[in-house]
Design a protein around this ligand. Sequence first.
Ligand SMILES: NC(=O)c1ccc[n+]([C@@H]2O[C@H](COP(=O)([O-])OP(=O)(O)OC[C@H]3O[C@@H](n4cnc5c(N)ncnc54)[C@H](OP(=O)(O)O)[C@@H]3O)[C@@H](O)[C@H]2O)c1
Length: 272
Amino acid sequence: MRPSFLSQVGYTTSTLDARKLTRIIEGASSGIGLETVKALATASADFHILLGSQSAEKGQKTLNDIQTALGDSIKGGISALQIDVCDQNSIKAAKDQIEAQFGKLDVLINNAGIIVYEQVDTLTSLRKTFETNVFGQLIVTETMEPLLQKSAKSYVIYVSSEQGSISERLNPEYEYRQIRGDHYRMSKAALNMLSACHRYNYADWGCRVLAFNPGWCVSNLTGEKGREMRIKLGARDPKDPAMALVDVVLGKRDADIEKPAMVDLDGGLVPW
Ligand SMILES: NC(=O)c1ccc[n+]([C@@H]2O[C@H](COP(=O)([O-])OP(=O)(O)OC[C@H]3O[C@@H](n4cnc5c(N)ncnc54)[C@H](OP(=O)(O)O)[C@@H]3O)[C@@H](O)[C@H]2O)c1
């Protein structure tokens, strides 16, 4: 019988099984994560997508909205999974649920991320930013590690940012040089190092680990006003990085993943 903890679309109980390739995407209730769930769900019947959301209610609503919007074009399956990357109990519970239902995890997309744009003191901003963008990602990956080890071909993808490139920060020609965002930049630089450490640590069991640059996109990252500003200034559709992430999990970017740099959505690499 199907366990009740995951709400699902796209599968009947009989077709939901551990032979499917299981992908979890945290922070999937909006922006790049949401579009990635949709892109993967319509890409292959072999995928079962776990739509990670820090709020169970929001995850369920997102799942219902996807079903309404995509209907029969969903080829694989999607389940909502509550996971707050800043809450170790929720991460452990998510791991236990995946283990009970699937026994393994093939792809982990560490997508959850924030920019602190409210007026708070510097230390509060740094702590909040790093807790979500770095500490949470490390704990999620290391908690899921035993499940990833059971996959025949596993990927850990960190959704980073070119804002975290130390080389570009000091490049006088760099397009986004004028943007400050020091705390966010520092967190993504640390995330890049985390991806390098995990690439090294997991090499002996063949896990492919990468930091991914999704480009500047329309999303909720800087709130409603930020969203409007992004649209006005021509930020990209989050479907673009979503399609690039589908290519990554289909193995089309494996050669780039070997290299010491961020994998860019448009092909090629962005320097650390
Ligand atoms: N958009 C860009 O231009 C851009 C550029 C470079 C990199 N990125 C990166 O892309 C990733 C996705 O961002 P986005 O642009 O799509 O922004 P978004 O629309 O704000 O999506 C971020 C997602 O992260 C989730 N999240 C935040 N804190 C979380 C937590 N503690 N646990 C679980 N989920 C949490 C949010 O959930 P709630 O809605 O429930 O808070 C939301 O679903 C981030 O890592 C961001 O840094 C974005």
